[in-house]
Design a protein. Structure first.
Length: 378
């Protein structure tokens, strides 16, 4: 159960917390009232009331769920269920008033009052998840008017204020839930855009370096073929020698592009990591300064790039700390469930690069939901 909870993102956790906090009020409020009413009503009436309450609670939970999904843009407006719910609400409120029309003298609260208040609270809270705010406020006001007509003034005023508070509280919670999901989607889009932008940069470099040379190869090869057909073999041979030279130059330039892409400057990568993670909504701290250069700095620069890529792609991080002490680089981020870790191709390539310099790579998950990447060079 704990692993399942940790495997979910922060937005999904907040969503579950909001929903089940809301549902728990449905589950526990009616039984508490029924326990208090049990000594005051007969067994048959109690059984009937329990059946009605259970049915109404299930209907309320279902409508609230569909209402939340509707506000998050995941399902259509539950028009049919809403109509049935409004009819059921009016029916149970009318039944409560008909069975206990007037409070007894000297006893302002009858069992019917408590039952009606319970159904009214459930109804207004549920409608808050479905209707627009202005309609919910009108419904709460109508409930307050109904209470003024059927209950003592002090009691009615208290219930009316409580209904308005429930409307504001629940609508605010729904608004926060929608904002959390929107931020989660924005963060994912930013990460995907960052990866796509890097791919486009690499594609542009390849096009700029190789495109012209490949066009020259095609042109020279066609010219050599035409010369050969006309019997001008020496000229055709010269053209093919030029094709070979262009191909060799292209291969060297391609290797330089790939090498430049895979070799990173540590200072630049640290600055880029801070900027990129910040754009993804992750608080990034860099501790330590670069005091060396050459191959060790390039290897650690690649480690920073690989670590940042993993943070963006494979975690739900909110913080990331990069520490540089001498030639030891440590990256620590949160948002990684322990069972989600695997040593992929990126870390394998990093291990090979660092091992060639006599260093080591350690990648370990730590509780709670933290991941530590350590690269140490001699």
């Amino acid at each position: 159960m704990l692993g399942w909870w940790r495997s979910r993102g922060s937005a999904a956790r907040f969503d579950l917390f909001v929903r089940y906090t809301f549902y728990v009020s449905y589950v526990f409020l009616p039984p508490l009232l029924l326990i208090g009413l049990a000594p005051e009503i007969g067994t048959t009436a109690l059984l009937v009331l329990v059946a009605v309450v259970l049915t109404y609670v299930v209907l309320s939970c279902r409508l609230a769920h569909l209402g939340i999904e509707y506000h998050l843009g995941r399902s259509p407006f539950p028009r049919t269920l809403l109509t049935a719910y409004l009819i059921a609400t009016c029916a149970v409120l009318a039944a409560g008033e008909l069975t206990h029309p007037d409070p007894l003298p000297g006893k302002p609260d009858s069992p019917g009052d408590g039952i009606s208040v319970m159904f009214l609270i459930l109804a207004i809270t549920t409608l808050s998840a479905v209707l627009r705010p202005r309609y919910v406020v009108l419904a709460a006001a109508a409930g307050g008017v109904w209470m003024l007509l059927t209950a003592p003034p002090g009691h009615a005023l208290f219930i009316t204020l409580m209904l308005q508070f429930l409307v504001v509280a629940f609508r605010s919670t729904l608004w926060m839930l929608a904002i959390v999901w929107e931020l989660d989607r924005s963060r994912e889009v930013r990460a995907n855009l960052a990866v796509a932008e890097e791919r486009l940069r690499f594609a542009r470099d390849l096009h700029d370096v190789v495109g012209r040379n490949l066009s020259a190869v095609a042109l020279k090869a066609d010219l050599a073929a035409q010369l050969a057909r006309r019997g001008r073999s020496p000229a055709a041979v010269d053209e093919m020698l030029e094709v070979r030279q262009i191909a060799q130059d292209s291969l060297d330039e391609l290797r330089a592009v790939v090498s430049g892409y895979r070799t990173a400057d540590l200072s630049v990568e640290l600055a880029g990591a801070r900027s990129l993670l910040a754009s993804a909504g992750i608080d990034c701290r860099v501790i330590g300064d670069v005091t060396f250069d050459g191959e060790p700095a390039g290897a650690l620069g690649w480690a920073v790039r690989e670590g940042v890529t993993n943070v963006l792609r494979h975690s739900d991080a909110t913080t990331c700390t990069i520490t540089l002490r001498g030639k030891v680089l440590t990256m620590t981020n949160d948002g990684v469930p322990p069972d989600a870790f695997r040593f992929g191709s990126g870390l394998t390539g990093l291990h090979e690069r660092v091992a060639a310099l006599g260093g080591s790579v350690t990648a370990t998950p730590e509780a709670p939901n933290r991941f530590v990447l350590t690269v140490e060079l001699p």
